[in-house]
Design a protein around this ligand. Structure first.
Ligand code: DQA
Length: 158
């Protein structure tokens, strides 16, 4: 069974409390419950991790190597600053989808810089918490394409 690790960056533990006009009323646990439901229906294993600390996020990404098949990450404020998180995503070299609840492109100037997007398969931005559902759907598509590619390679070798 393919495994997805969901990594949530700083202050996302405060969803439902922080800036509801930007991030909405949903709590992180509710978002994760919906993702778990999607995973169960689609025969995927899923694990959740949230940290306010950059180094812990780097550690969790590194641990995905040999343990997970894909990463869904909202690096939150570290999106705009963290070369360390970008390098970790690059290092593990597995399908990674970046999610942002808000549309960072239409927000402050300092959010226009994104250290993470270029090392991700895709970014989902501005859909609110529904973005996590879209990322799960996207990940299942990526997994099917990888499986189809492996099948084709096997057939060629036979
Ligand atoms: C965020 C956008 C970031 O700029 C911000 O620092 C966050 C959340 C989002 O999901 O919209 O904490 O990643």
């Amino acid at each position: 069974m393919a495994k997805v690790v969901v990594i949530q960056g700083p202050n996302l533990n405060m969803l439902g409390v922080r800036e509801q006009n930007i991030y909405g009323p949903m709590k992180l646990e509710q978002i994760h419950a919906q993702m778990k439901e999607f995973a169960d229906k689609n025969n995927l294993e899923i694990e959740f991790f949230q940290s306010n600390l950059e180094g812990e996020i780097v550690d969790r990404i590194q641990e995905c190597l040999g343990e997970a098949d894909g990463i869904i990450i909202n690096p939150a404020a570290y999106t705009h600053t963290s070369i360390a998180i970008r390098d970790a995503i690059s290092a593990v070299a597995m399908p990674t989808i970046e999610v942002h609840i808000s549309n960072i492109h239409r927000r402050e100037e300092f959010r226009q810089k994104n250290m993470i997007a270029a090392v991700c398969a895709s970014s989902v931005v501005g859909f609110g918490p529904f973005g996590y559902h879209l990322a799960m759907t996207g990940m299942t598509q990526i997994f099917s394409e990888i499986a189809a590619m492996k099948e084709a390679q096997k057939a060629q070798q036979a």
